[in-house]
Design a protein. Structure first.
Length: 766
């Protein structure tokens, strides 16, 4: 690639948007001070500096140029913390962490503190809560009663909510409980909605399934329940009953997933160091307590070559890129600074890295292979076998130069006649999220969710965006047209469009066109040659039955998967992203940036509400919050009797906030967006600083949520209404339940059988 070319020209508009928002370095004023070239140079230079640790005469520039080329060509991308933090003050470059949670108050809250430090540095955390004694168990030291593992998960969830990862990533957690823990049923139901409120919103949860459980399931028998502290059998449960509960809750909400914990430990590379209890938040990286791992992915779309007009896999390039990527990832270990000494020691002892792939769906498109075919399964297995072999060869080469990983003695690789490895593991199939956007390809080994989708741009104009590989082939084959692409964006699938040749309908299937069994088979194909685990979602249509989920779990176990995550379309009321907007068709989920198409829930003719006054730099603002039995519904604002820009902006904020609330967005996220916004005229209201009208609205919503109206629907609680005009009303409750004045936003009263407003003189009867 020529140095004279603008590197930005090789990245899509979406990629540049993501880079500017999340990855480019910023100064103290929040201004971007990097571009594409300088960001990748920063990362490459920083990771190449590690060479000095092993060779004082190393050609750092040569290594740096090689690493730079690896990334700028989009052949390989490291995980997000490496791109964000390499060469910056944090210098924490790993995405995956697992922390132990011990059965003591001291141990639990030490883990909470450590979680905060990791989230602050940009990592995600996994925990097993299986060591914590069950609910209602006696605590010997205090003679008190234990509240159980699920109660403490809420503590971790709250801590995560309070911490934003370096301003760029919100914390994510995995919570795991063994299937033989006494509180397993409470855990399985932990993410049910209670009182219309989501629970454990910052957690994925998975049940750790044992071989003993699977044997009992096969025999339709009971299995032992074991006390986590005494290790004694304290009861028995029916395996089928528990499995049915797992299946039903996963069908209902997407959680819990399952991991096959005994299978994971069977392949634990360092059993002499410890037992694996948990994985990272997405489940693809099983780790020991206090262990971390850095990840990276090869862009398979770039691992093709054209021969006589046909695309085929460039196996030589795949091997070379794999070896260069392992070299890069091994350097990342030494370049990393971790927030805890225990993590540093464990990482340096095992030196695990996780090289995976992305862009597999588009590779199949170019090779003209259907995702749900034996040919695709065979190719996936062959690709991962090649990557695994090449990664081990490079790890052995590095071991010869730098030494084996310190815990090699006693590991599963410590066999006579075998060359030592530099890394205890080399391969992982991770979700690639934003790095696949940067690379311009599909995520991980997932099929595409949408081939075309509609994006809303300025002035209400809509732009249809088409997957580049699909567009390239459609143009070449002669069935491309703007009209057809718009229809595809509305339909969400090609399968019902007659203008598309059957050959291409077969190849261009999206996630919901592919049966769950093929999803599982593809996961198993990649798992066969992957050290760690495979991140993959098994997608189900909205009409799928619990029995379909059960079948997928059993197939996954049979085929050798280490865990399973399922998701049934529209199983969550607040599901955000959808594809397909035809009026006569159901909408289906998209997690890949497809057009958002949500219908706000209908407004009833009568609403309950409260009104709050704040003093702002623009005058008094009156904020009315209406709610129904589903939660906060809408917001009206009025700035005194003022008009002009301030009033129109406050009205716009209210309208947009209402739209978000009616579309299923959790009110706490609206609060996060509004609180803290500053204008040039802050003010004080009853001892509280109000930074702007937007900040006032955020504060009003927060006060509303803190008073938990849904739990006591007809009670105004401690929410104080500060309107002088309400003095003669029968009661504050009556004012609040009637609603807001349509002209000024103040509270309405019933006077002489008519709704009137004392603030501005409005009367419904005049």
């Amino acid at each position: 690639m020529s140095e004279k070319k603008r590197y930005e020209d090789f990245f899509s508009e979406n990629a540049l948007t993501v880079l500017k928002k999340r990855y480019f370095k910023k100064n103290e004023n929040g201004e971007i001070i990097e571009d594409v070239e300088s960001m990748f140079r920063r990362v490459a230079n920083n990771i190449a500096e590690v060479e000095k640790l092993y060779d004082k005469n190393a050609d750092i520039k040569k290594v740096s140029d090689d690493f730079f080329d690896l990334m700028i060509s989009k052949d390989f991308m490291p995980n997000s913390p490496t791109l964000m933090n390499a060469g910056n003050y944090l210098q924490q470059l790993s995405a995956c962490f697992v922390l132990p949670v011990d059965d003591s108050i001291e141990g639990i809250f030490e883990a909470v503190k450590n979680t905060a430090l990791i989230h602050k540095s940009g990592g995600g955390t996994g925990f097993s809560f299986s060591r914590i004694r069950p609910k209602n168990d006696t605590v010997r030291s205090t003679k008190g009663i234990s509240s159980g593992p699920v109660s403490f998960m809420h503590v971790f969830d709250a801590a995560t909510e309070a911490i934003k990862q370096g301003g760029t990533r919100r914390g994510a957690n995995m919570g795991i409980l063994r299937v033989d823990h006494p509180d397993i049923e409470e855990f399985i139901k932990a993410k049910e909605r209670k009182n219309n409120t989501k629970r454990l919103t910052n957690f994925n949860i998975s049940v750790a399934i044992t071989d003993a459980f699977m044997e009992a399931l096969e025999n339709d028998s009971d299995y032992d329940i074991i006390h986590p502290v005494s290790k004694k059998v304290v009861g028995r449960k029916n395996a089928n009953k528990i499995f049915d509960l797992i299946v039903h809750k996963a069908w209902e909400t997407g959680d819990p997933g399952i991991i096959f914990i005994d299978r994971i430990n069977k392949y634990n590379p360092t059993p002499h160091i410890g037992e694996i209890e948990s994985t990272n938040p997405c489940g693809e990286q099983p780790l020991l307590p206090f262990e971390a791992c850095n990840l990276g992915s090869i862009n398979l779309l770039n691992m093709l070559k054209e021969v006589n007009g046909k695309w085929e896999v460039d196996w030589d390039k795949l091997e070379k890129v794999t070896k260069r990527a392992i070299h890069f990832l091994d350097n990342v270990i030494d370049a990393s600074k971790f927030p805890l000494k225990q993590i540093t020691e464990m990482v340096q002892g095992n030196r695990k890295v996780g090289l995976g792939v992305m862009g597999f769906a588009e590779m199949l498109f170019k090779l003209e292979i259907a995702y749900d075919s034996d040919e695709a399964i065979a190719l996936g297995e062959k690709i991962m076998k090649k990557i695994d072999q090449a990664s081990k060869e490079e790890s052995k080469r590095l071991a010869e130069l730098r030494g084996a990983f310190p815990n090699f003695k006693g590991s599963i690789y410590d066999k006579e006649g075998k060359k030592p490895l530099r890394n205890a593991s080399t391969t992982t199939i991770a979700p690639t999220g934003t790095i696949s956007i940067i690379a311009g390809c599909s995520s991980g080994i997932e099929p595409l969710f949408a081939l075309a989708f509609t994006r809303n741009i300025l002035d209400g104009e809509q732009l249809v965006e088409v997957n580049p590989v699909f567009k390239e082939i459609a143009v070449k084959e002669g069935f491309y047209s703007d009209k057809l692409m718009k229809r595809i964006s509305e339909e969400g699938t090609l399968q019902n469009i007659n203008e598309i040749p059957n050959k291409w309908k077969r190849i261009f299937k999206t996630a919901h066109d592919i049966s769950p069994e093929w999803h599982v088979r593809m996961q198993a194909a990649f798992q066969k040659y992957t050290d760690n685990a495979v991140s993959k979602t098994i997608n189900f249509s909205h009409e799928a039955k619990p029995e379909d989920v059960r079948k997928s779990y059993l197939i996954a176990y049979k085929l050798g998967c280490k865990g399973v995550t399922v998701f049934r379309d529209r199983c969550l009321e607040s599901q955000v992203l959808n594809v397909g907007v035809s009026k006569d068709k159901e909408e289906t989920l998209s997690t890949t940036g497809a057009r958002v198409s949500i219908s706000p829930r209908e407004r009833s003719s009568v609403m309950k509400g409260v009104t709050r006054r704040f003093r702002t730099g623009c005058g008094n603002i009156y904020i009315t919050l209406n709610y129904d039995n589903m939660g906060l519904f809408e917001i009206f604002t009025q700035i005194g009797k003022a008009g002009g820009c301030a009033a129109s902006q406050a009205e716009a904020i209210g309208r947009l906030s209402s739209l978000a609330l009616r579309s299923g967005i959790d009110a706490k996220y609206v609060v996060e967006q509004l609180k803290g916004i500053r204008c040039h005229r802050p003010s004080w209201d009853n001892g509280k600083k109000i930074l702007s009208c937007a900040d006032a609205i955020g504060n009003a919503i927060e006060e509303f949520l803190e008073n938990e109206y849904l739990k006591e629907e007809d009670k105004i609680s401690n929410f104080q209404i500060k309107f002088d005009m309400a003095k003669n009303a029968k009661s504050k409750e009556e004012i609040m339940h009637i609603g807001a004045c349509p002209e000024c936003g103040a509270a309405l009263e019933i006077n002489e059988g008519c709704l009137t407003c004392r603030a501005c003189g409005y009367s419904e009867c005049s």
